[in-house]
Design a protein around this ligand. Structure first.
Ligand SMILES: [Ca+2]
Ligand SMILES: [Ca+2]
Ligand SMILES: [Ca+2]
Length: 315
């Protein structure tokens, strides 16, 4: 049995298993978690959950959201995640979070447990939604911070021209906030925001699904890692990307052609507003998806849904 005192005022007890079920006891109310058979089916005959971690956060409307992670000793390498809302005062379950963003009132939960469990690729959705509960954000000062070799963090760098180097971890989150910040990625998975002012975000290595966004200001976003999402944010940004998913967002953005493996797939090239910064010998080719720009066999940019090279402003 495990007892957790969450935020000093909510006690959760867990009974790992009883027969074929897991129960969670919250302020004397017993809740059956109907996931053991599902978990066993995922984990193999002897791969039931070896542990689980409940964490809760209070919200301002009297609700405690409890997030749970099941882990496994064998069989299944991925964790399963679940989120349940309790009434803070009575401790009773109000509803369960579905991965389709639906909140299911107790008694109206879908029969298919897959809709209530975040697993595998869906774990990213879970972290996007509940990451701040699992890992509360740390707010640094307005002084100039310089952080190297970082992994597994949730930080607001606040004012000042900050430096952040990321080398690993998962579910990382950082916001440069005010000031001209420099964020460099050398590994890990997460979401990174430049915040206001003119920032520089550079991706040398990162796990698929990571995102960088310059936000407000005239930002420079650089990267060569496929599977990463690169966004300029509002205002006039420069995107120097050789592989991955690219958005200029609002403003007049410049998409630079960069040599290297892969292709930068530009989602929102806006005719009459954005620019392509070309390269010696570069030319356009029309494809089914849009205009491709490159040299020889090196496809560098793909401007989705743009079909006329004469409409593209090349600088
Ligand atoms: Ca800053
Ligand atoms: Ca910015
Ligand atoms: Ca922009």
């Amino acid at each position: 049995m495990q007892i957790l005192d969450v935020n000093g005022n909510t006690t959760i007890e867990s009974v790992a298993s009883e027969g074929a079920s897991i129960f969670l006891i919250h302020n004397g109310n017993r809740v059956k978690l109907q996931y053991l058979s599902y978990a066993q089916s995922k984990g193999g005959s002897d791969g039931g959950p070896s542990g689980w971690i409940p964490i809760a956060a209070e919200t301002d409307n009297g609700v405690s959201t409890v997030v749970i992670r099941f882990t496994y000793s064998s069989g299944l390498s991925d964790s399963l995640y679940q989120a349940i809302d309790f009434a803070k005062d009575s401790g009773k379950v109000i509803r369960i979070h579905g991965k389709d963003n639906t909140l299911y009132p107790l008694g109206e939960t879908p029969g298919d447990v897959n809709q209530l469990i975040f697993w595998g690729a869906d774990a990213t959705k879970f972290f996007n939604k509940f990451g701040s509960i699992i890992s509360p954000r740390t707010f640094l000062s307005d002084a100039r911070d310089s952080l190297t070799g970082q992994a597994n963090f949730n930080i607001a760098l606040m004012g000042g021209n900050d430096f952040l180097e990321v080398t690993g971890g998962s579910n990382n989150f950082a916001n440069g906030n005010n000031g001209e910040d420099y964020i460099v990625l050398r590994g890990g998975q997460g979401r990174y925001l430049g915040g206001a002012d003119n920032d520089r975000l550079e991706v040398f290595a990162a796990e698929a699904g990571s995102q960088v966004n310059g936000n407000r200001g005239m930002d420079v976003v650089t990267g060569s890692v496929d599977g990463v999402i690169y966004r300029g944010g509002s205002e006039n940004d420069t995107l120097q990307v050789s592989a991955g998913t690219v958005w200029g967002d609002k403003g007049a953005d410049t998409f630079q052609a960069v040599t290297g493996a892969g292709v930068a797939v530009v989602q929102d090239y806006t005719v009459g507003k954005d620019f392509v910064q070309g390269i010696a010998g570069g030319s356009f080719t029309l494809t089914d998806q849009g205009l491709s720009y490159g040299v020889g066999n090196d496809q560098m940019l793909l401007l989705l849904n743009v079909n006329d090279a004469s409409q593209v402003s090349v600088i």
